[in-house]
Design a protein around this ligand. Structure first.
Ligand SMILES: C[S@@+](CC[C@H](N)C(=O)[O-])C[C@H]1O[C@@H](n2cnc3c(N)ncnc32)[C@H](O)[C@@H]1O
Length: 302
């Protein structure tokens, strides 16, 4: 068994948002989809309310660990698992008889476990690791290193500017082009050296390569397109009174969620459930620093 599982973020707030937060809510036990199963932290607490859960996960490694954990909790009957991409949530839910549900959770991005799997290239700790970053290597053909080797300058700029800003992205693209003429990108160290050569990509206390890695990960996994595609499909799966809860970790994710939810409200088909924006408490941030940038938004179907 794994020593340390991914710690679920905003756990109590998610339960409250889905109407499962206290004993008094237990008769609300229903059917839920966890679109980002991960290590099943959220799925397990939802299932413990007596609810049934369909957990979707793109990464097979995560599923192996989630299964082990779910079995140890004797919750195998309550939690079904599907290996797939949440952008296909409508099809996956249909296949598993989850097309009318009480709530859907998206806990976006990758898990703390991914950063510990240095050979997969999500972390900049091991310079020799391959710069891969695919969540599902069976279905996704293109590694982060290959994007750096094949994209044209304008495409590289497109990939980086939303995360880095125009000036930093422009400087970075120039150095990437020069570097790959000498030697193609292959490892984590190759891109770290480029970041070092560009200099200046620093925001506050975070490592200068953090944003470059984020931009690459978003591109390799089509993360923003996935969210754009999944949210309307998810809304279509909700019963009246059902809720979608989304935890985002950066403004590119959150602005998609914010815009989509505000459109639902304007169209008169959705209403905000509780506060429009929920953040972790100081205690949670102290206990789990990875939660510091998390924001939760919840919409209810009316
Ligand atoms: C922040 S973690 C979720 C952690 C989980 N809530 C827990 O408590 O263990 C996000 C998970 O979503 C998965 N993921 C990311 N994008 C996905 C997608 N488009 N479809 C399915 N799973 C995805 C990642 O592999 C990762 O395991």
């Amino acid at each position: 068994m794994l020593k340390e599982y991914h710690k679920p973020v905003l756990e109590r707030e998610v339960l409250d948002a889905l109407g499962l937060g206290s004993i008094a809510h237990l008769n609300n036990a229903g059917k839920y989809i966890d679109a980002t199963l991960g290590h099943a932290g959220h799925s397990i607490v939802i299932a413990k309310t007596g609810s049934s859960v369909l957990g979707i996960e793109a990464d097979e490694d995560m599923i192996l660990i989630a299964k082990e954990r779910i079995d140890a909790e004797h919750l195998g009957e309550n939690i079904k698992i599907a290996n797939g991409n949440f952008r296909d949530i409508d099809k996956i839910a249909g296949d598993k008889d989850y097309s009318q549900v009480d709530g859907i959770l998206f806990d976006l991005g990758i898990s703390s476990y991914h950063y510990t799997q240095e050979e997969r290239g999500f972390s900049f700790k091991d310079p020799e690791a391959e710069l891969d970053m695919r969540l599902n290597a069976k279905e996704q053909g293109v590694k982060a290193s290959e994007l750096l080797n094949v994209l044209r300058e304008d495409q590289l700029f497109e990939m980086f500017y939303q995360v880095l800003g125009r000036n930093e992205a422009r400087k970075l693209c120039k150095v990437i082009l020069r570097t790959r003429e000498e030697k193609p990108f292959k490892t984590v160290g190759d891109i770290i050296r480029v970041v070092d050569r560009v200099g200046g990509i620093r925001s506050g206390r975070i490592h200068p390569a953090t944003k470059v890695f984020l931009a690459l990960r978003i591109a390799v996994n089509g993360e923003l397109d996935n969210i754009n595609e999944a949210l309307p499909k998810a809304f279509g799966l909700l019963k009246k009174g059902g809720k979608i809860a989304v935890i985002s970790f950066h403004s590119l994710e959150d602005s998609i969620v914010k815009k989509y939810f505000s459109n639902l409200v304007k169209m008169g088909v959705g209403k905000y459930s509780g506060a429009e924006l929920i953040k972790p408490t100081e205690t949670e941030v102290t206990e789990n620093p990875l939660s510091r940038s998390a924001v939760l938004r919840v919409i209810e179907k009316i």
